[in-house]
Structures are given as C-alpha cells and as structure tokens.
Design a protein around this ligand. Structure first.
Ligand code: PGA
Length: 253
C-alpha cells in the first residue's frame, strides 16, 4: 500500500527563530507517528539548521525549489548537490507560485526533475489548473500536458521515486478547498494517465498528494479517497497544532 505523505510548505514565512520554535513543537507533538511520511519545506536559509534539529526524528526535510544545473554562474540559485548536503531528502518542483510569478515552465520542471533524481532527492512535482482553465473545462487536457512535458524522458523505473502533487491553483491560499470528490476525480485521472503511459503497477505505486487549503477539518474527507495519498499543506503548516492535527488525521483506511 502507498504510505501517506504530508508535506508542509512554509513558503516565504518564518524567521529562523520562529521556524525553530515550530520545529520544536512539531517534534514533541508528532514523535510517535510511524506510518506517515512527514516532510517540512522551510526557506533555503533555514535548511541546514533545521536538518540538525530533525536528526533522529521522524520528520524529513525538503526544499521549495532548486536549479537543474549542479553548479554554475547562476546568481541567487541553489543546486541539487547543495540541497543534498544541507540535509534535504525532498524538493518541491513546479509549485504554481513558481510558475505564476517566476516563469517556471513544464520544460524547466522537467530539467529540475531529472536533476533531483540524479542527486538522490525525491521530487514533489506540482501540477494543477487555475480557475479559468477549470471553468473552460480544460482541466484534464492541462493536467495531461503538464504530466507529459514535466515527466518527459524520465525512465519508468524512476517513476515511483517521484511524488505528484495535484494543486488546483484556485484552491491555494484561497480557503476554497476542492471537494473530496473533485480532488479524487483528478487524482484518478492522473493515476490512469500514469497507467497508460507507464504501467498499471507503476501507477499503483506512485504517490499523489492533494494541495490547496488543506486544514484539520477537511483532511479526513480527502485522505479517505482512493487515489489521494497525502497532502501538500501551505498556510496550515505554519501552525504546529493544525499541522499536527492534519498529520494525525492522515492514516489511510
Ligand atoms: P495552502 O497552500 O494550503 O495555503 O492553500 C498549498 C500550497 O501552496 O502548497
């Protein structure tokens, strides 16, 4: 069975001091959780420090983005090897805010994905439609395009190392969560797409998270859906009680 994975995306929130306080609370509140992967994605500047704090805990570390080159003259960028030596196991790729505000494309997502895998990082690849696209009825076309271009030339045996996060852009930070049924419909579509383009066995092994206004009071309905394997949590991951409650509610079946 697929192990649920709950990731907290802190975005550009929390000073190091505030982050330290949050991590201490989470370690205390979640120390006994065993059957769920718990991941925190703080800002770059906090990674190495928080990696030390998380050592020998059940909480894993991820970054919010990366560059696809190993090194080079790319002022302001961070590479896969740098994330790896800062203690990261995961990296978000193609978050809708990167696509919307920083020119991320399916092509750059694809390059970052390959680099993450080459560097031993588990990529969490974010895809999803905006409100206009949903209203136009092109959600599935867009999802299949994001998958096709984003996963281009990724070898089948690497697929299960990749996590896909379905995040409808209209539900991010808006308080408008997709209903569990709306989310399940797209998750099922993604799994069917993986099955057609890779194999049904690989599709069954791949974890697909939902993201967009996940809160303690809506996670149970989402996680109960057959094809929802966890959540990528923004706002609610900034508060220890609400993130812990989401993790605890995320046991499958
Ligand atoms: P949100 O963010 O939970 O605040 O909607 C989710 C995300 O952007 O990953």
């Amino acid at each position: 069975m697929r192990k649920p994975i709950i990731a907290g995306n802190w975005k550009m929130y929390k000073t190091l001091e505030e982050g330290e306080e949050l991590v201490n609370l989470l370690k205390r509140q979640l120390y006994d959780v065993e059957d769920i992967d718990i991941v925190l994605c703080p800002p770059f500047t906090h990674l190495a420090y928080i990696a030390d704090m998380l050592e020998s805990s059940n909480i894993l570390l991820g970054a919010q983005d990366m560059h696809w080159e190993e090194e080079g003259a790319y002022t302001g960028e961070i590479s896969g090897p740098m994330l790896k030596c800062a203690g990261c196991k995961f990296v978000l790729i193609g978050h809708s805010e990167r696509r919307q505000f920083f020119g991320e494309t399916n092509e750059s997502v694809n390059k970052k994905l390959a680099s993450a895998l080459n560097n031993g990082l588990t990529p969490i690849v974010c895809i999803g439609e905006d409100l206009k696209q949903r209203e136009k009825g092109i959600t599935f076309d867009l999802i299949s395009q994001q998958l096709e271009l984003g996963l281009k030339a990724i070898a089948p045996e690497r697929l299960k190392e990749i996590i896909i996060a379905y995040e409808p852009v209209w539900a991010i930070g808006s308080g408008k969560v997709a209903t569990s049924e709306q989310a399940q419909e797209v998750h099922r579509y993604i799994r069917d797409w993986l099955s057609k383009n890779y194999s049904s066995a690989l599709a069954q092994e791949t974890r697909i998270q939902y993201g967009g206004s996940v809160k303690p009071d809506n996670i149970a309905g989402l996680i109960a859906q057959e094809d929802i394997d966890g959540a990528l949590v923004g706002g609610a991951s900034l508060d220890a009680d609400s993130f812990s409650a989401i993790v605890r509610e995320s046991k499958k079946g």
